[in-house]
Design a binder for this molecule. Structure first.
Ligand code: F3S
Length: 718
């Protein structure tokens, strides 16, 4: 047995597209189709097994709603939108174009006439685009007695025979002076029909594969029956009349536009195994009755179809020469996009995965955007695009070497973003960027996807040791150089920081009040003081304002990073200088001295100065006590240095504290005495002497400046 297949068969462009869309949507979540996606029960059942739901109404839809290849009515889109459904339009582009033509002509006052079957979903949907006002005719009888208005627009169901369109149109023309006719019979349909007729002439039997509800499969079978006596129509391999087929030497096979490849392969494979074996003979008798029935059924239509067959072939031939008639196939071919490298084009996303996006650009094949061409930033395509999105793309290569159209969205976005960035620069605005990559001499940042160079010296107001710390960090930049022809931008972060700091400083300065207390953080220490950040601006606490006593270095009092409170003592707004005091908020040593150094307590101090009548012992910065020579030792000493040296740390007994006069009298001798009874009389003895001295030096304070004044007078007393 010899099996011959037609060149074209199985899925047409529109059906394949619809099936691919449902498949892609099913991978991403719940999907419903508005009616069976195509006229093939096996494909629909297969989708249902994958969880795809077939609904008759958008209200019953779950997840994404995909319209069928035959198209949908306008109110169905509106309803789906009102329900907030994600709609993926799988209407065959050929059919969609008919909808547009019908709508446009209806709005221009034309009476629409559809040559097709009233109950066919495609015709029902098309009628919806002219508010259900179309006249639908299929047979010659439908035209008899028809009254047409002045302006008529005629379209055809895409799957009817071309000959039928011509026949009915010829009957309509005399009824109206102004007829605009579009031969919208799909090229895929007529091609299949013509090939099927040619093949059917040469074979003993024809097998036509397709859904029992498929209009185009039904017409295909009719075409074959016009020239072949043995035509068998099956949905699947299981319906093959094997016994009957076994008797033929040459069998032709064709398939309707909604028949999937796997069913065609299955049918051909079973027929290949047939080859008149015994098993087939057994089957033959069992299937004889069914075959007889089918022959009888097809015989009824054969006579009527016979005439149509001749007409079909003729019409195709005529159509090739007939330039006056508007051929939909040709018109559609004209609408197919022609593309070239660098062209900008709009398209619809038909598939998305982690690495690329497929886009229908109306070209004969879909284009694809690799992840690297989607955006300047590395983004996952599934996070930014979804099926059905309309996007603008640039054709990078019409053929990438493997027959694919290479597209880029990034190039278009970059061009648009360049214009936006330049507009911002012209306004003097701040640019929001993100650090991307360390390069020689600085950092490459991305501003709306535009590469922007930031020199290392412009990254911060301070020296930057590790440029890589800025990678991935958002940053505010200001352009400092632009080369528009080469599309290069040099920007500075430092300029922005300085401007912001200056503005902040001005605001803070305006708000500062001398005498008020503010919170601050110690930022920097120098020999002459501490710089304290008081909310965006730094003020200086001079070393003399850090402590009531004398200190060697600011670090003796505060540390970098320490949070402190300070009093504002001066604001020079012109020179932007702020003077602060830390010590004003610290207790004055003399105020707490009586509690801190009670009389008779033993305290530790350091000898800081020696004079002829004694030694001054520092108990804490700013608080010195006098150790009179008579209180240094229990034995007589000629001079202080015999017992003490500057820097000695001594334990002394507090004899008297007078905060008003800022005096503390100390006794080393008393502290050392085992017997305090013994020390006491001497203490009493010494005290009047000291009292007498102090009366003459009323300004004795613990500060070194006043002590310096005090010492000579004490010396005089000695
Ligand atoms: Fe479209 Fe023609 Fe197929 S109209 S669905 S490509 S038969």
């Amino acid at each position: 047995m010899q099996i011959r297949l037609t060149k074209h068969g199985g899925f047409c462009f529109g059906v394949k597209r619809a099936v691919d869309l449902v498949q892609a949507c099913a991978l991403q979540g719940a999907v419903s189709t508005l009616g069976p996606i195509i006229h093939n029960p096996q494909v629909v059942a297969d989708f249902e097994r994958q969880g795809v739901k077939t609904v008759q109404n958008a209200q019953d839809a779950v997840g994404t709603l995909v319209t069928r290849a035959h198209g949908a009515r306008p109110e169905e889109y509106i309803q789906a939108q009102e329900l907030g459904l994600n709609i993926v339009d799988a209407t065959c582009p050929y059919v969609e174009r008919i909808h547009q033509m019908v709508k446009r002509h209806y709005e221009q006052g034309y009476q629409i006439v559809i040559i097709g079957e009233k109950a066919h979903p495609e015709v029902i949907a098309t009628n919806g685009w002219c508010n259900d006002q179309a006249l639908i005719v299929y047979n010659d009888d439908d035209v008899v007695g028809l009254h047409l208005p002045d302006k008529v627009c005629v379209v055809a169901q895409t799957t009817i025979m071309a000959s039928r369109f011509k026949q009915i149109l010829s009957l309509l023309r005399p009824l109206c002076a102004d007829i605009v006719a579009y031969d919208t019979v799909c090229n895929a349909t007529s091609k299949r029909q013509n090939e099927a007729i040619e093949l059917a002439r040469e074979v003993d039997a024809m097998v036509v594969i397709g859904g029992s509800n498929s209009s185009n499969t039904h017409k295909l079978a009719q075409c074959c029956e016009m020239v072949c006596s043995h035509v068998y129509r099956v949905e699947t391999a299981a319906q093959l009349p094997l016994g009957e087929l076994a008797q033929f030497n040459i069998i032709g096979v064709t398939a309707g536009a909604s028949t999937p490849d796997w069913i065609i392969k299955e049918v051909v494979s079973i027929m290949n195994e047939l080859d008149r074996n015994e098993e087939v003979k057994d089957l033959q008798s069992a299937q004889e009755v069914e075959a007889a029935d089918q022959t009888a059924n097809t015989a009824d239509d054969q006579a009527a179809a016979q005439n149509e067959a001749a007409a079909t072939v003729e019409s195709v031939e005529t159509m090739e020469d007939d330039t006056a008639e508007s051929s939909f196939a040709e018109a559609f071919e004209k609408t197919l996009v022609r593309i070239k490298n660098g062209q900008i084009i709009r398209g619809t996303v038909v598939q998305v995965n982690d690495n690329e996006v497929s886009v229908n650009i109306g070209y004969k094949s879909d284009g694809f955007i690799p992840r690297s061409e989607l955006s300047s930033d590395d983004v996952n395509p599934t996070e930014v695009l979804k099926i059905g999105d309309e996007i603008e793309v640039e054709v990078v290569k019409v053929n990438d070497g493997e027959g694919n159209v290479l597209l880029s969205k990034k190039n278009i976005d970059n061009r648009k973003n360049w214009d936006k960035v330049i507009a911002l620069i012209d306004e003097g605005a701040i640019l929001e960027g993100v650090g991307k990559e360390v390069v020689k001499g600085g950092l490459l940042a991305s501003v709306m996807g535009i590469r922007t160079f930031v020199p290392a010296s412009q990254l911060s107001t301070r020296y930057v040791e590790k440029i890589e710390e800025f990678v991935g960090q958002p940053m505010r930049l200001k352009s400092i150089e632009v080369d528009r022809s080469r599309k290069r931008i040099v920007a500075s972060r430092k300029v922005v920081l300085e401007e912001e700091s200056s503005a902040k400083k001005k605001t803070v300065l305006d708000q500062l009040e001398v005498g008020s207390t503010v919170d601050g953080v110690v930022r920097r220490l120098t020999d002459f003081g501490a710089f304290v950040d008081i909310g965006g601006v730094d003020g200086l606490v001079h070393v003399t304002d850090l402590s009531w006593g004398r200190i060697q270095h600011p670090s003796n009092v505060v540390k970098i990073g320490q949070k402190i409170q300070v009093v504002i003592t001066g604001v020079d707004r012109e020179r932007e200088r702020i003077s602060l005091s830390y010590k004003q908020l610290q207790p004055r040593p003399w105020e707490v001295a009586p509690e801190k150094y009670p009389v008779d307590s033993i305290v530790t101090g350091k000898v800081v100065r020696i004079v002829t009548f004694g030694a001054f012992v520092e108990l804490e910065p700013g608080l010195d006590g006098l150790l009179h020579i008579s209180q240094i030792s229990r034995t007589r000493i000629n001079k202080v240095e015999d017992a003490l040296q500057v820097g000695d740390v001594v334990q002394v007994k507090v004899l008297e504290v007078d905060p008003d006069k800022k005096r503390i009298s100390l006794s080393l001798r008393a502290a050392q005495a085992d017997d305090y009874e013994e020390a006491a009389p001497q203490q009493e003895e010494a005290a009047p002497q000291y009292q007498q001295v102090e009366e003459e030096v009323p300004e004795y304070t613990s500060g070194s400046a006043t002590l310096a004044d005090f010492f000579p007078k004490m010396d005089d007393q000695e």
